[in-house]
Design a protein around this ligand. Structure first.
Ligand SMILES: CC(C)(COP(=O)(O)OP(=O)(O)OC[C@H]1O[C@@H](n2cnc3c(N)ncnc32)[C@H](O)[C@@H]1OP(=O)(O)O)[C@@H](O)C(=O)NCCC(=O)NCCS
Length: 181
């Protein structure tokens, strides 16, 4: 798997989080819990093997402009498409995309979309080596929920209809492969 990929914007790089290289101090996306996660919990979660994190920077500036994390998760088979229900297993392996966020002054110019597309491509590479039938995430629920929901729907995510996680959406890996593979 390449450690670094270029997104569409010139000079923008998305690379694996390195605490010695990436400056998180000024990052604020407008949603406090995500900022705190980046600054306070991320390193511990990486050390514990729970997530990998991918960071957007521009040129030589080490300031974090945006990020996302990936981890493994299982989804109850009966909540998903018929294919999952016929598989004869209770749980379906998926990749969980958590905490997609863009620095407030960089929002609205396509960086969030570039980060999610980078995540989808990375998940495809992972799914070539380890079973993962879909990518799932929970859409944050606050005053901006409708905009977020639209953002993910336009990228191809659909509701999972999980009563315990009502804002969980997913995109089948086959759909990602068909559009980006
Ligand atoms: C959601 C987010 C990652 C989108 O990044 P972005 O770079 O602004 O996105 P893009 O420029 O590629 O696309 C713009 C779309 O993102 C969504 N969006 C933009 N700003 C947003 C905000 N403050 N809150 C929620 N969604 C937003 C909208 O759907 C917007 O489309 P619109 O302008 O037609 O309404 C970014 O706004 C953000 O970091 N928000 C705060 C943290 C967050 O909500 N993370 C999502 C966790 S589920």
């Amino acid at each position: 798997m390449p450690a670094e990929t270029k997104a569409d914007t010139p000079a923008l790089a998305i690379a694996r989080f390195d605490k010695a290289l990436h400056d998180r101090s000024a990052f604020s996306c407008g949603f406090g819990p995500i900022d705190n996660f980046l600054k306070s919990s991320l390193s511990d979660q990486i050390k514990a093997g729970m997530v990998t994190a991918w960071i957007a920077t521009a040129g030589d500036d080490p300031a974090v402009l945006g990020f996302y994390t990936l981890g493994a998760m299982a989804v109850r088979a009966h909540l998903g498409p018929k294919k999952w229900q016929y598989a004869g297993v209770p749980d379906i392996p998926v990749i969980y995309l958590r905490a997609v966020a863009v620095r407030e002054d960089k929002q609205g110019v396509g960086l969030g979309t570039a980060l999610v597309i980078d995540a989808l491509k990375r998940c495809l590479e992972i799914a070539d080596r380890m079973g993962a039938a879909a990518i799932a995430l929970d859409v944050l629920h606050d005053d901006h929920f409708d905009r977020r929901w639209k953002f993910y729907a336009e990228l191809g995510f659909q509701p999972l209809s999980d009563p315990k996680n009502p804002y969980r959406v997913f995109i089948p890996m086959a759909d990602v492969r068909a559009s980006l593979g």
